[in-house]
Design a protein around this ligand. Structure first.
Ligand SMILES: *Cc1c(COP(=O)(O)O)cnc(C)c1O
Length: 402
């Protein structure tokens, strides 16, 4: 057995090892990637792809960004892990960076989106137990919140729940963008509503302004928490730090992960000032939560986004991308709708999106089919004007074969 990961196996050899030794929980494309730089990745045979997927909204500052690489290298050689029995500067500074860019308040750190949403669910339960015995959480149909037992139950999609019953109790479902449906789902046992400002896995479906502002008002009136899942749409993806900022509303708490570490695993929740005392010592924990290394990576990502004006770039390149797609839509009846915000873009087709995704990949562009007929584009926030032009040319070419 050769355990040297720098050996140069062919795609076929790598695929063979996967078939034999990796559990088949995914449906991989068959491409084996070897390295990346900016908005580009190369497979093991040296073929180049324009990455409009970013590892599902993770590598937002592009691949191998020198500032991020340097920060991780330096911190790895200094202090990687301490446990949360000790203070360290990177966690202190990251908590400050996230709180001061949102509602103030405080943060809890973990390692993934599901874990961050678990923290929100536990926060709502604990808060509810102290506020009149409420424990139920209203979530949306077609949402996505993760794959742990609680978060797959929060996820309003039967296909992720089937076979894992009995599911934990305490979740009620409402229709996204339908305020009346949320109203009907709230009872005097409801502690919180959990919602994505833009449904990601659900097919890039933005909340309407009316829905999100109405939800904020409703939660305040009923005295319950409005919690937002910003795991995919947060951290600059939509051209603002947080997707909810475009709606002029503020949640009581929100979750983060994917883009936060730029590829280094880290998740977080941020809670409003009034909720910072809900968790007390012993209520919640994570061994790897907020290590010096992970927090240093996240701080570097935030610095890069600010130093390089990436929020502005996400807005401009997003407009360019969506304008281009709308232009194609006029010429191809198979393209039904273009929707999204910033660099979180969905292209709705009149047919299954999977073959189109495969055709784009053949032509050197990585995107992701989602929700059956939607093609998702999540390019790095660093993507340049001519790279978007290149992506649009490839998509135009693939459209001609539809
Ligand atoms: C990806 C995602 C999650 C789950 O994150 P993991 O890191 O895979 O656990 C949760 N919510 C949303 C909106 C996501 O897109």
């Amino acid at each position: 057995m050769n355990t040297d990961p720098t050996g140069h196996l062919s795609t076929g050899e790598i695929a063979g090892l996967y078939r034999r030794y990796v559990l088949t929980t995914y449906s991989p494309t068959g491409v084996a990637l070897a390295r990346g730089r900016g908005a580009w990745v190369w497979d093991v045979e040296g073929r180049r792809y324009l990455d409009c997927l970013s590892g599902i909204a993770v590598t937002g500052v592009g691949h191998a960004h020198p500032t991020l690489v340097r920060a991780i290298r330096r911190q790895a050689g200094r202090l990687m892990h301490t446990s949360n029995l000790f203070f360290h500067e990177p966690q202190a500074r990251l908590a400050e960076a996230l709180a001061t860019r949102s509602m103030g308040g405080g943060c809890f750190f973990c390692n993934s989106g599901a874990e961050a949403n678990e923290a929100l669910i536990k926060l709502a339960r604990l808060w509810g137990s102290q506020n009149g015995g409420r424990w139920r959480i209203v979530t949306m149909r077609n949402s996505f919140h993760g794959r742990t037992l609680a978060t797959l139950t929060a996820t309003g999609q039967a296909k992720v729940q089937r076979g894992f019953e009995p599911l934990p109790d305490g979740f009620d479902y409402a229709d996204f963008n339908d305020l009346e449906s949320v109203k009907a789902a709230i009872t005097d046992r409801t502690a919180a509503v959990l919602v994505e400002a833009i449904q990601g896995e659900g097919g890039i479906v933005p909340a309407t302004e009316q829905f999100l502002t109405g939800l904020r008002r409703l939660c305040t009136e009923r005295g319950i928490l409005l919690m937002m899942d910003e795991v995919q749409c947060g951290l600059g993806r939509t051209g603002r730090w947080w997707a909810w900022q475009a709606y002029g509303v503020e949640p009581d708490a929100f979750s983060l992960a994917k883009g936060l570490g730029g590829g280094f695993p880290i998740g977080a929740i941020v809670v409003a000032p009034g909720l910072t005392q809900v968790f007390q010592p012993g209520n919640h924990a994570s061994t790897f939560g907020g290590t010096p290394l992970a927090c240093t990576a996240a701080l570097a990502v935030i610095r890069i986004i600010e130093d390089e004006g990436l929020l502005e770039n996400a807005r401009q390149r997003g407009e360019q991308f969506m304008d281009g797609l709308r232009g194609l839509q006029k010429r191809h009846a198979a393209l039904v709708e273009v929707r999204g915000r910033g660099l979180m873009i969905g292209l709705v087709l009149d047919r299954p999106a999977q073959p189109f995704e495969a055709r784009l990949r053949e032509l050197g562009l990585l995107a992701l089919a989602t929700g059956e007929r939607v093609l998702r584009f999540l390019p790095p926030l660093t993507i340049r004007e001519r790279e978007v032009e290149r992506a649009l040319r490839i998509i135009a070419r693939a459209c001609r074969d539809l």
